[in-house]
Ligand binder design. Structure first.
Ligand code: LRH
Ligand code: MN
Ligand code: MN
Length: 394
């Protein structure tokens, strides 16, 4: 690696931050049941402590995403407790995620429900989430709208567009000056015939009509198989409409596996589009993890993902943009592909290690997690409360 390349990788790593999700530390299941883990976090205090450990080991995860119903069941009243945890652990609250999918009233939808009364309740929850964001000084409210229908003809997709727009407009109107509303899309699940915000086009249009502080959130697991996600990313950057990512990996559906575990080349391609984009809005794009799997150790999974993200980002930073553009312009297909692939195949682990050493970080985050006291201690402390009934339908 040349000195210039090393410099580029170090600069990329210095600027790279990724948010961890509180729910990624908790016992979660599949729709068939839960297998409990001895070290999983049950309380928000435990989730903050775990997030702080990931940040201590990697130096790249200073914020933790919160899910309102799971982490602040008392709403705004829980904010002081969160602030105390921020102060204690040195990691900050990140994106605020309203929960529009769990309450019984949302059986037929939340902000796009045919009932005006239920829509109003759902919007109120979103506005409350905005207020929580304000109180915590966190920037993003991530809107995942799980609404949709399961059988053709059972709902009016057309009328639901208007309800959605109206609800999102009201939520946007509540945002403070520094806040953003990120609109997440997903083509399937929990409903299987149609989801109201199925793809980036719908999300982009809803964000655009809601107002200038609304952007699109790309969850890598929320696409039909074979979708060219990096092309969506480059379009959104071009439109100044990309708000952030939920990173995870999958083989078939929204599997929420650790980043790069199935297709690291895809993550590299996404990072390449991001790094090579001239868009001035790039600095505002939030990198977030949205993963949870019930078999891999939660902390190990999170450290693995952050480290993999750093390595793939370093690889993407290695692409010689100028050379690649020249080769593309001359349509030198193989040379262009090799320049691109060459960066992906470069073993960046040594240079990332040097960077970690220079920054006073652990040079082997996963190894140090295993060797250190933290994981052992929480496993012993939490084992009893995590024992018991293995499978329950969730
Ligand atoms: C939905 C989703 C959304 C939720 C999270 C728990 O599949 O990606 O972001 O908030 O999972
Ligand atoms: Mn998501
Ligand atoms: Mn998801």
């Amino acid at each position: 690696m040349t000195a210039e390349e090393t410099k580029r990788v170090w600069a990329a790593l210095d600027g790279f931050k990724i948010e961890v999700p509180s729910w990624g530390f908790a016992n979660t299941g599949t729709r068939f049941g839960k297998f409990l883990q001895p070290a999983a976090a049950s309380t928000i205090a435990q989730k903050f402590a775990d997030a702080a450990e990931v940040n201590r080991l990697t130096g790249a995860a200073p914020t933790v995403a919160l899910h309102v119903l799971w982490d602040l069941p008392g709403g705004l009243a829980d904010v002081p407790a969160i602030q105390a945890l921020e102060a204690k652990h040195g990691v900050k609250a990140g994106s605020i995620n309203p929960n529009l999918f769990q309450d019984q009233i949302y059986k037929f939808g939340s902000i796009a429900n045919p009932s005006a009364e239920i829509r109003a309740k759902a919007v109120q929850h979103c506005v409350d989430s905005v207020e929580i964001g304000k109180a915590l000084g966190s920037k993003d409210v991530s809107m995942w709208v799980s609404d949709g229908s399961n059988y053709p003809g059972t709902q009016s997709m057309r009328r639901r567009i208007e309800w959605l727009q109206d609800s999102l407009n009201k939520t946007h109107a509540a945002l403070g000056p520094g806040q953003r509303m990120l609109v997440e899309y997903k083509p399937f699940e929990p409903t299987f015939y149609h989801t109201d915000i199925a793809d980036w086009g719908m999300a982009r249009e809803l964000a655009r009509t809601a107002g200038p502080q609304a952007k699109v959130l790309v969850d890598t697991g929320h696409h039909a198989l074979g979708t060219n996600i990096e092309q969506i990313v480059t379009w959104l950057l071009h439109l100044d409409a990309l708000g952030g990512f939920h990173f995870n990996d999958r083989k078939f559906a929204d599997d929420d596996l650790t980043l790069g575990s199935i297709d690291p080349y895809q993550v590299f391609r996404i990072f390449h589009e991001f790094i090579s984009s001239p868009a001035s809005s790039k600095g505002d794009v939030a990198f977030m993890i949205d993963q949870s799997h019930n078999m891999k150790g939660k902390l190990e999974a999170m450290v693995q993902t952050v480290v993999t993200a750093q390595e793939l980002y370093a690889k993407a930073a290695l692409v010689d943009q100028e050379k690649l553009a020249e080769l593309q312009d001359r349509c030198e297909l193989v040379a262009a592909e090799e320049a691109f692939r060459g960066a992906f195949w470069t073993d960046v682990r040594p240079v990332v290690k040097e960077w970690r050493e220079a920054r006073g970080l652990s040079v082997d985050p996963l190894g140090d997690l295993h060797a250190g006291e933290y994981l052992k201690t929480i496993t012993a402390e939490r084992a009893a409360s995590n024992a018991g009934g293995g499978s329950s339908y969730a």
